[in-house]
Each structure stands twice: as structure tokens, then as C-alpha cells.
Design a protein around this ligand. Structure first.
Ligand code: GUN
Length: 317
């Protein structure tokens, strides 16, 4: 092949976008979650061999939200693969808050149950915050109990960190992204991802120490903030919101979003897309998570790692 400068220049003239096009490195959440799963499996084997303990998690689902059904099914199947016993309690949509609290009280007192996960969203008549506060904080594998959230913010080693932001943090650490001193911009201030993500990355720690900006629906100049980010984390739940023009060349882009969009071609009439316009952004970013296959598998990995930890703590107690 003739790759002399003259030939390359004439090729570039006929392909004007080529100079600026490059493909970002893919951050492989499937491969990294598989590593974490194998570590968790080794821990569950050690618990069984040394202490005769099988870690147990109970999922509670209220109503028949299709996404929640799928998530709980996937989490339960993976748990069993790793030597974690899992039970799922399905309650009717009309279940009262008092009934749900009574179930949590029973699970709190059951020594075979090391972790409890009440799948959100819950029906409108149930106060999610009261439910998460009622779970014994030592069984709070979701990391949503105020004691664990408070300790996370204070930098006091919470027993458990929320699974999705903890998974994003692991992705960054295990792909060698430098976080210390980095400009991190997080889109979305939800309790499940945005707020705990900020709390994790701003701690005084060699794997944190970032300068964190948290953007939300009332923020001004969102694109301008995003363009300053070395690490951009999209978790606001709007399909393909992050466009190529909002990303600094070479930045690390993490897509947490799971959004349904209509797709007449698809079997069920919809498909899932992230908060990032992947095709365009991957031409500008230095590294990017695919979606699916990026953050999603990490959430499950952190949940099951948390469950092994809950059982390890119960042994020590
Ligand atoms: N709904 C969406 N994400 C989560 C999660 O991490 N935990 C629970 N319990 N519900 C969710």
C-alpha cells in the first residue's frame, strides 16, 4: 500500500472528517464485573469452608413493573451462580406500607438473611425513604440506609456503598483512569446514583480526590460544564442527552442511563438506550462505556460483593 504523505493528503481531502475521527477505548463492564464475580465467589467459598455459612439475600418486589421484574430475576440468577442463596418475595401492588414494614422487620431478625434489597421504584402510596430506613443497616446491601449514606458522605467507611456509583468507581479504578485532581462532572442528582457518586469521588483518598460538579435540571450552561470534564458521568435518565459537542476530546465518558425508546423494528416495540449519544461521542471521547455492557453488569457485581461482605460481617459480630 502506498502511504506516502502525498497519497495520505489526497485521501484526507476526499474524506474531510477523517482527521478528527478517532474511536474511544471501550470500558468493558462485562469483563470487569466477571473479575469481581470471581472474587466474590472465592469469598463465598471461604465463608462456607471456614464457617459453614452460605450468604443469603432476599429481594422484595412490590407490583409487576417489567423492568424491576427483569432486574430482580437477573440479580437472583447471578447470586446463585456465586454460591449466594437468594429468595424473592413478590407483594401485590396494593400492599400497604405497614405490611411491607412488617416483612422487613421479619427479614431483619432472620439470621439466614444477610442482605435485603427492596427494589425501587415502589408504588406511590409507599414512602421509599421510610422503607430504606427500616432495613437493618448491617443488611443494607443497597447502601441506601441513612447510616450508610451519612458515613459515605462523612468519609467514615460505610458498611455498604450504593451499588451503581460503587460500580462506576470500580470501573474507573480498574481501567486505570486517574481520578485524583480530575474535573468530574456528574449529570443527575438522584439518591441512587448522582449524589452518592459525588460523595465517593470527592473523598480524600488516592482513588478519589476529584473536583466534582453535580448538574441537575435547574443547572445553567450544562454543555459548558460538561466540556470541562475529564470524567463525565451521565445519570439523569434522558435518552442520548450527551452529544459529541458536550465532550472534551479525550475525556472519559460513563453512561449510567437506561431509557426506553420506541422502536417499531423491535420485537416488543421498544429498545433501551443510554444517556449518551454513543455513536457520536465515541468519536470524541478517550474512553467510554458501552451501553448495554458497561455500568449495568457492575451494579450487579457490587450488590453481590456487598452481600458477601454482609455475611462476613455477620461472622465477626
Ligand atoms: N432501582 C434502580 N436501581 C436500584 C438499586 O440499585 N437498588 C434498588 N433497590 N432499586 C433500584
Amino acid at each position: 500500500m502506498d502511504l506516502s504523505p502525498g497519497v495520505i493528503l489526497s485521501y484526507l481531502k476526499t474524506h474531510p472528517n477523517l482527521e478528527t475521527m478517532s474511536s474511544a477505548r471501550l470500558i468493558d463492564g462485562k469483563a470487569i464485573s466477571a473479575q469481581i464475580h470471581s472474587e466474590t465467589k472465592a469469598r463465598t467459598q471461604a465463608l462456607k469452608e471456614r464457617h459453614g455459612i452460605i450468604p443469603g439475600i432476599t429481594f422484595v418486589r412490590v407490583g409487576e413493573d417489567p423492568a424491576s421484574r427483569a432486574y430482580v430475576r437477573m440479580k437472583g440468577a447471578k447470586a446463585e451462580e456465586l454460591g449466594i442463596h437468594s429468595d424473592t418475595v413478590v407483594l401485590d401492588e396494593a400492599t400497604s406500607q405497614a405490611e411491607l414494614l412488617a416483612l422487613i422487620d421479619k427479614l431483619n431478625r432472620d439470621p439466614k438473611v444477610h442482605g435485603i434489597l427492596v427494589q425501587a421504584p415502589l408504588p406511590k402510596h409507599i414512602r421509599e425513604d421510610e422503607i430504606f430506613s427500616a432495613i437493618d443497616y448491617r443488611k443494607d446491601v443497597d447502601g441506601f440506609h441513612p447510616v450508610n449514606v451519612g458515613k459515605l458522605l462523612l468519609g467514615q467507611n460505610p458498611l455498604f456503598k450504593p451499588c451503581t456509583p460503587a460500580g462506576v468507581h470500580e470501573l474507573l479504578i480498574r481501567t486505570g483512569v486517574s481520578i485524583s485532581g480530575a474535573e468530574v462532572v456528574i449529570l443527575g442528582r438522584g439518591n441512587i446514583v448522582g449524589k452518592p457518586m459525588a460523595a465517593i469521588l470527592l473523598q480524600k483518598d488516592k482513588h478519589a480526590d476529584a473536583t466534582v460538579t453535580l448538574l441537575h435540571s435547574r443547572s445553567k450552561d450544562i454543555a459548558g460544564h460538561c466540556r470541562r470534564a475529564d470524567i463525565l458521568i451521565a445519570a439523569m435518565g434522558q435518552a442520548r442527552f450527551v452529544k459529541a459537542g458536550m465532550v472534551k476530546p479525550g475525556a472519559v465518558v460513563i453512561d449510567v442511563g437506561v431509557n426506553r425508546i420506541d422502536d417499531p423494528q423491535a420485537k416488543n416495540g421498544y429498545r433501551l438506550v443510554g444517556d449518551v449519544d454513543f455513536e457520536a461521542v465515541s468519536q470524541v471521547a478517550g474512553a467510554i462505556t458501552p451501553n448495554p455492557g458497561g455500568v449495568g453488569p457492575m451494579t450487579i457485581a457490587m450488590l453481590l460483593s456487598n452481600t458477601a461482605r454482609a455475611a462476613e460481617l455477620a461472622v465477626k459480630a
